[in-house]
Ligand binder design. Structure first.
Ligand SMILES: CC1(C)CO[C@@H](CC(=O)O)CN1
Length: 428
């Protein structure tokens, strides 16, 4: 009661069917964090953080309209929370006109790691390029120095592959071929076979992944002589679902056979269950509270809403904002200024807010929260392998310390590590 408000804006992708409707779980998660930071007497003393938000449907046009509505109406907002990549490329670029920091909990596009275009953009969601050092590290572990790339022609995968190519060159790993397709992977998969590709990195959305897997089956590009790297954030039995409705002419058994043994990489978005974080909760505690909040909104606990996996990123994004505002207020007090003077044109305060966000460091429910100079989330990744139709954790990779934690659980169909090329035995 009687506290003054510090206002921030929020744009969440909730409705619609394009892109990622992750606001369904991320907006409730953000509200949990709002509750928690506002009940901390040591944070923003004398003030209460207030979030004004609206739904972008993950559409850039509507996202821009929501942003203008937030910024052309009082109260003045001190920062913006953003969701999916397409919306963040729009608001992230426009925000500099209002000297506003934009913090995204749900954007993976590598294009957003560009300080020229997005000078005030940060994200608690890692860029899709976070997988690449992990892919390279696993290739080096098995001495694979001849690999192929198969990708869907989508912006996020095109820019991820560009990053992967640079890293392969640095690591002296030859990319024997790079095949891309729009919707039908038939020709691309056939070309992989023609080039005798054995170790393939596949980058596509989950519906395209099913089409690729069926082609892999038809061209027999699976089994003891092949290793496929797929993306790890598809739903668990993605390769058996929706086969009829997507007109896949492969049976469940054929899809399972083709999928056996493939590896995946993904960014870790949930901290280790039992470690206490800045809020006092463990990630396990957070999961319980999030499930409760989602039940109260009518989500049955069977159907996890879109964005459940990314919910810790939204929770930690609000903590990042609160900590940055807190640090800025302390610094402004030292120079006899107040954050209440911010009016979108006050560069001095905007610079303090930027510097505070840039220096963020804390343990959140999504793990250690820190940003690179491009505003990118620095995150751990995990490697899994499909064994008997189930994903087994093979290890974790921390790119900052170049540390690979490996459990030695991998299994190879032929009983030994597949080769990256045909070995021609010389007749002695
Ligand atoms: C891991 C995934 C599904 C990647 O896309 C993000 C959405 C986006 O980049 O627009 C959300 N998280």
């Amino acid at each position: 009661g009687g506290e003054r408000l510090l206002n921030i804006g929020g744009i969440f992708p909730i409705g619609g069917s394009d892109g990622w409707q992750g606001g369904q779980a991320c907006q409730p998660a953000a509200m949990l964090a709002m509750e928690d930071v506002n009940s901390r007497p040591d944070l923003l003393p004398g003030y209460k953080l207030n979030l004004a938000w609206n739904d972008s449907l993950c559409e850039p046009g509507l996202g821009a309209a929501v942003m203008y509505d937030l910024l052309y109406n009082l109260p003045i907002k001190l920062m913006l929370l953003g969701g999916c990549s397409t919306v963040c490329t729009t608001i992230g670029e426009a925000a500099k006109m209002w000297n506003l920091v934009v913090l995204s909990y749900g954007s993976s596009s590598p294009a957003l790691s560009d300080r020229q275009r997005f000078p005030t953009f940060f994200r608690t969601h890692p860029s899709a390029t976070v997988h690449n050092p992990t892919r390279i590290r696993v290739m080096q572990k098995y001495n694979w120095s001849r690999v192929a790339i198969l990708q869907q022609a989508e912006e996020v995968f095109i820019s991820t592959v560009e990053d992967l190519e640079v890293r392969c060159k640095d690591a002296k790993i030859e990319i024997v071929t790079r095949q891309s397709f729009l919707t039908d992977p038939t020709d691309a998969v056939r070309n992989l076979k023609r080039q005798d590709a054995r170790i393939v990195v596949g980058l596509f959305y989950v519906n395209a992944a099913r089409r690729v897997l069926c082609e892999i089956y038809k061209h027999q590009l699976f089994g003891k002589s092949y290793v496929w790297f797929f993306i790890g954030w598809y739903e668990d039995n993605w390769f058996e679902n929706h086969l009829e409705e997507e007109n896949l002419n492969c049976t469940k058994e054929q899809m399972r056979l083709a999928a056996e043994g493939h590896m995946t990489t993904e960014a870790l978005m949930w901290n280790k269950d039992n470690e206490k974080t800045i809020s006092g909760m463990t990630a396990g505690d957070f999961r319980v509270r999030l499930n409760q909040a989602l039940m109260e909104r009518g989500f049955e606990n069977r159907s996890t809403p879109v964005g459940y996996q990314e919910a810790p990123l939204a929770y930690d994004a609000v903590w990042s904002v609160a900590l940055a505002l807190n640090k800025t207020m302390e610094r402004l007090t030292d120079v006899n200024k107040s954050i209440e003077e911010f009016d979108y044109s006050n560069k001095e305060i905007a610079d303090e807010l930027y510097k505070a966000m840039n220096a963020t460091q804390f343990l959140g429910v999504s793990g250690r929260v820190a940003f690179s100079n491009d505003g990118d989330r620095i995150a751990w990744t995990q490697v899994e392998q499909m064994i008997d139709g189930k994903y087994n954790k093979l290890g974790y990779f921390d790119v900052q310390t170049d540390n690979l934690t490996w459990f030695n659980r991998e299994e190879w169909i032929g009983g030994k590590v597949p080769q990256d090329r045909t070995i021609v035995k010389r007749q002695l």
